[in-house]
Structures are given as C-alpha cells and as structure tokens.
Design a protein around this ligand. Structure first.
Ligand code: DAH
Length: 481
C-alpha cells in the first residue's frame, strides 16, 4: 500500500505549488464559482456554533457533519489510540494538551499568521473549505500555533484535531483527517546567562537514547537550501534546537513503530522483524527555518511521516513572546493509525459498524493489547466510467485564452463524494484528450463503488452513478459523452 506524505499530504504546504490537470484562471484566490454541494443558506451550524455564510461558502453537508465526530477523542477508536500513544512521548505538564479546539478558524489564523504568501494555492477555494470569505475549516493544526504561543501556558504543547482539505478520492484520502501538532520552546530570560544553546544541549542529554539507524546526511542548516534565521539565532542555538527536535521526533517514531511491530507479532507468530530505519530530508514550510521531513523505511518504502523545523521567530514576536525560541512539528494521525493497525482504507475510520469498532475495545485503557485489524468480508467492487467534454473557456466566462478550461479535479472529487458518500472507494482519471480540430478537451474518470458494510446491487450503483453524472453536468457545466 503506497502511503506517501503524512504530515500535510498536500504538496502545496511544502513547496508552494499544486498541479491542476488543466490550466486554471488563477492560483490563490480564485473567483467564487457555485459548486455542487454548497447550499445557499445564510447561516450554518458547524460543531455547535453558528456562522454566517456568503458566496465563498463551499462546504458540503457530509463534511460539515464530520465536524461533530471528533474521532480523536472517541475512546478505543484507532485515531484516539494513536493520539494517546504519541502523547505518551510528550508528557504533561511540560506539554499542555489541546484536544478540543473548534475546527472553524480565520483565514488569518490558518494562513497569514504562519507567513503563507497571499497567492499560496492552499488558500484557493478548490483546495480549502470556506465558511465565508474570512472563515474556513482549518486545513492544518498549525492554525492554532500563534494563539497558543500567545497564551503562554507552558514551554511545550500538543494539539490534536480534525483538519479539512479538498482532495482526491482514494483509500488513503478523505476530506476530513486528523493531525497532531507539537512544539517545544525555551525562554532566553529564564536561562542562566541567556545561554540557550547550553540549556538546550543539557535537555538533549536528558532525553532517552535509542538505537535505531538514522540517516542525516545534511548539515543542521544550509545558507541556500535550508537557512537558519541569522537575524535571530546564533549557529550554536540553531544547531542545539535542531538536535533536540530530531532526537525527540526519532523517539516518537520509535515508540509508534515498536508498537506496530509488537502488534503485528502478536497477530502473526511468523512475523519477521526488521531493524527500524529513519532519515531526515530537507524541506520547506513558511513557518519554520530550517525545516525537515522525517521518513521511515516501512514495508519496503520510504514513508514521509511528519514535517517539522525551527519555528520562525516572527511567530513568537507576533505572539508577544520575542524572548522564546524553539521547534515545532505536524504529523498526520490517520495514516499512522493505518500503519499501526494495518487498516487498508481510510473510510473505515468513519464507520459505525461494530465489526470495525469492536476490534479495538479496551485498547485505550490497555495500549499494550493493540492488535492489527482483521478485515471483515470485503464486498465486490463495482466500477463505472464517466466521460465528458469540459466546458470551454468562452462559456466558462472570464478572460481565459485559447483552449483553457476552468476545471478543477477537486470539484469533481467532491461532487462524487457528496452524492455517493462512503460507498465510493476511489476515483481515477483514466483517459483525457484534446480534439485536434475543435480544441475541446475530453476526460474520462473511473469511479469505483464499494461499501465496507454491504454488497451494492448493480441497480443501486447505477442510480447513484446517474445522480453523479447529473451533478457533474449541473455544477461543472460538462457535457456527458
Ligand atoms: N502544517 C504542516 C502541514 O500540514 C505540517 C507541519 C510542518 C507542521 C512543519 C509544523 C511544522 O508544525 O513545523 O503540512
């Protein structure tokens, strides 16, 4: 099973670009356009709070409904168990836990406070669920960093929460998933002689050791590729914080994967253990510098597990804590839980089926009893194709030149998901071409319908597929071929 990017899974959060499959009118704040699933209600309830909507509103009902589920707080749920395991590595009271922060945040909190540029594609309505022009469903737990720095409760915190992104449909993507954000910082005014580097190194020494193989070929910072913040930190400080960050996160990975292997061995006596290998890869995030991703060698592949770095000093300065400095990370819980429990499909987390949930009963209280998931009957798949001509630029409006279309794949994904719900397993582009004479563009998608809970009849699937096609015509202006 290929499980790429864990922390953010969206390349835009790393390197600042997305790859729409056809050109779009703008990056960043694209012009509002009605979508299939948004209603025109003027107020909306999200997890017990009421918000005013406007023409930016683009959040479908199924996504709004998920905002009250809080799987990370549901005892014995795999997402909750994964949170508990990571919390064990970062104990209270050194780390304050924030596990019930409301999912609706401001554009400022989610993007501006973290230094995201105004034209960052993550801000677009094709990537992000908006409530109105200044309010959205958080796309990452980093949205809460600034407020927690400002609250200044302790020198560390962990935030666990549901996060929301418009994305593709397959077994490892769901519009709602879960992240954990962690941060640790030091206060110059509380350290003897202000020698933060010495204090941080002393804290590194106090951390437990591990004996896993770590590949870390790059220097702690690099003036071009991965710069330290020369205006704010000395090289010794940057190096000490990087060392503390890396050891802390390596210990977290050891904890998770040791438990995953022990669980696999409990299930299968013939399970063959292989030594854990991790590697540090240079990265970019707007709110850290230097930055890294941590990858783990698992099941024959390097898997990106988390993003992290030395926190941009501007965050502390804006939070009126200019004397602080430290590190932060973000990790995706769903994919870690899929590995820990050997869960093959992200939709299962949302299932209320006892055949799923009962398998984890008692584990929150006894983490050592964790066992891999045993799939219950896998029902047959039923796939249907849909081919259509894209609306051309003239009927799409705007001043688009030539054969440019305003099609965003995420819009299609969302229409399918909001009509078919959790009976859609994945949606894949299987063919596209441009007509040589007319310049019209045709796409063909294959929609795979399969429920974890029951066998779908062909008639039922046909009916759903027909509804999907109607919605595509209505909302994207495509012409079915
Ligand atoms: N928020 C990032 C994402 O969703 C992950 C991340 C990266 C969080 C680096 C951090 C960090 O705190 O320091 O992709």
């Amino acid at each position: 099973m290929a499980l790429p990017s864990f922390s953010g899974r969206h390349p835009a959060y790393h390197c600042g670009h997305t790859t729409p499959i056809v050109s779009v009118s703008t990056a960043g704040q694209v012009a509002p356009k009605p979508t299939a699933t948004s209603t025109t209600a003027s107020t909306i309830n999200v997890a017990d709070k009421v918000y005013k909507t406007d023409k930016w509103f683009n959040t479908p009902k199924n996504v709004l409904a998920a905002a009250s589920r809080k799987l990370h707080l549901q005892q014995d749920h795999p997402i909750c168990i994964t949170r508990q395991i990571i919390q064990g590595v970062f104990p209270e009271p050194s780390f304050t836990y924030y596990n019930d922060l409301h999912p609706v945040v401001s554009v400022h909190e989610n993007f501006d406070s973290l230094g995201f540029p105004a034209d960052h594609p993550g801000r677009s309505r094709s990537d992000t669920y908006y409530i109105n022009d200044s309010t959205l469903l958080r796309t990452h737990t980093s949205a809460h960093e600034a407020a927690i720095f400002e609250a200044n409760k302790s020198n560390g915190f962990l935030i666990s929460a549901d996060v929301y992104r418009r994305d593709e449909v397959d077994r490892s993507h769901y519009p709602v998933f879960h992240q954990m954000e962690g941060a640790r910082f030091w206060d110059r005014s509380q350290v003897a002689g202000g020698d933060i580097a010495a204090a941080v190194w002393a804290d590194v020494e106090a951390l437990p050791k591990h004996n896993i193989q770590v590949e870390d070929p790059n220097p702690p910072f690099h003036s071009q590729r991965n710069p330290m913040q020369t205006a704010h930190h000395s090289p010794a400080e940057a190096e000490a914080i990087a060392a503390h960050l890396k050891r802390s996160l390596e210990l977290m990975v050891v904890e998770i994967f040791t438990r995953a292997k022990a669980a696999a061995a409990r299930r299968d006596a013939a399970y063959k253990d292989e030594p854990l290998r991790v590697r540090w890869v240079e990265a970019y995030f707007p709110f850290t510098s230097p930055s890294w991703e941590l990858e783990v060698y698992y099941g024959g592949d390097w898997l990106e597990v988390l993003g992290c770095g030395v926190t941009q000093q501007s965050l502390y300065i804006n939070a009126h804590q200019p004397q602080k400095l430290g590190w932060a990370f973000g990790i995706g819980l769903d994919r870690i839980a899929m590995l820990l429990f050997n869960i093959p499909d992200i939709r299962l987390f949302w299932s209320k089926d006892a055949r799923f949930l009962s398998q984890f009963a008692g584990v929150s209280e006894h983490l050592e009893s964790l066992m891999p998931f045993v799939p219950f009957s896998k029902h047959p798949e039923c796939y249907k194709d849909v081919s259509f001509w894209l609306r051309s630029s003239s009927s799409a409006g705007g001043n688009l030149a030539g054969n440019v279309h305003d099609f965003h794949e995420n819009d299609l994904m969302e229409i399918v998901r909001s009509i078919a719900g959790d009976i859609v397993e994945d949606v894949k582009l299987i063919d596209e071409f441009t007509h040589p004479k007319t310049g019209r563009r045709s796409m063909c998608y294959r929609i795979n319908y399969r429920s974890w809970e029951r066998t779908l009849t062909n008639q039922e699937t046909n009916e759903v597929h027909l509804e999907v096609q109607k919605a595509l015509v209505q909302n994207l202006g495509v012409e079915i071929r």
